[in-house]
Write a protein that binds this ligand. Sequence first.
Ligand code: SAH
Ligand code: SF4
Ligand code: F3S
Length: 465
Amino acid sequence: MSGERKTVFVKSYGCQMNAYDAQRMADALAPAGYDEAAAMEDADLVVLNTCHIREKAAEKVYSELGRVRELRKERALRGLDTGIVVAGCVAQAEGAEILRRARGVDLVVGPQSYHRLPELLEQARSRPGVVDTDFPAESKFDALPAASRDRTRARGVSAFVTVQEGCDKFCTFCVVPYTRGAETSRPASAILAEVRRLAEAGVREVTLLGQNVNAYHGEGTDGGDWSLARLIRAVAATPGIARVRYTTSHPLDMAGPNGDWELVAAHRDVPELMPFLHLPVQSGSDRILAAMNRRHTRDDYRRIVERVREARPDVALSSDFIVGFPGESDGDFDDTMRLVEEIGFASAYSFKYSERPGTPAAEMDAKIPEAVKTERLAALQALIERQFQDFNAATVGRTVDVLVEKPGRHPGQVSGKSPWLQAVALEAGDARFGDIVSVRITGTGGHSLLGEREAALRERRALTG
Ligand code: SAH
Ligand code: SF4
Ligand code: F3S
């Protein structure tokens, strides 16, 4: 290999796990001579890290590929080569089909084999059109190089760490069990080593990621089987880590592997575990929940929320909803609206049901017309927005801890997060990124909060080097 450095730009379209994968792909390519480009236009290699969850997300890759091909033409006029890689969940789902539908793709690589990127690119150089959508026996995590300290610092004070991947739940609407494969958990020692490296580079907050993160059951550092609750305790004890979060949880796994509600207890006992729970429910109708194969009822969901609120009264709830699932009647949709009213969410994501090829729901009758889906989504989103605004308004006048994360929108300002994942803008003063400052919330602005520093710095971590 020549000593010449090249640049790569990885663009992610999917969930937080996809965003994490994007960083790890860039890390995988660093030893092969690639630095990260600031913009796609400047990159010698463009990686589209795709998402297959809904039709719109999946189709986006084809329009984006058109754009990248144009870019490649322009760069060619300047004598520059541009490699094109399709990665992520569309790569896994469609594989070689992508090469047939779109010209110019050099390599298609699935979410479980991207640690092989350097060798795959080498193959594609002599013969473009390589496809690797294996679920290899070796874990990509064992093979991936760690990011350098500088790279980690540049990525900010809050970091994702994938701890669990894949899904065995098979909700009837969902492609994830097919694109990400069976559920697997990383060993705790590997996770903790990654967290330590992040902390040493200045990271203060880690979000543990998994498609079913609360189903985590990895090998512990003591040789035993660790649950997510046990893992959270160990991550929280890592020097420098001030905040721990986890996402996404499934209601079925909230009771934990031993049915002892250990994770809920962690919300009561572990101060670093932030009072925020993203717990998708999808629907408030038992009939639809059954058709979705969620394997819990609306009452089960209510009871879980009650338990978590007993353990941690200030916990904020968030969720995901699908409207217009096949067979969803007006009454079913009302049940969803009533559940949202009853629970009261700090935020939530909601989507129109999107039919995905190969999933059981795609075969179901009683499809819901697009216009009805649009109407229901608008009603649900209006309710969720009201709850979001109410939740933010309730913070005004209170003093909260803010983790300072990045420059604010205006000069002299910084922006950070409250324990409840609210964005807070404040005058920087002497605050540096990574500090946790005491902030009095003075008002709300659009989708964030405005605040003023209380006199003293709440906490700064001395960083060496
Ligand atoms: N593992 C998580 C979420 C995975 S996907 C869970 O079990 O909750 C993220 C969200 O996308 C889901 O919660 C669901 O609300 C939405 N989603 C998944 N498949 C969908 C589909 N076919 N149509 C519309 N929304 C979908
Ligand atoms: Fe998809 Fe259901 Fe698995 Fe979540 S639990 S990833 S929605 S199949
Ligand atoms: Fe999308 Fe794959 Fe995540 S389908 S939501 S990128 S797991």
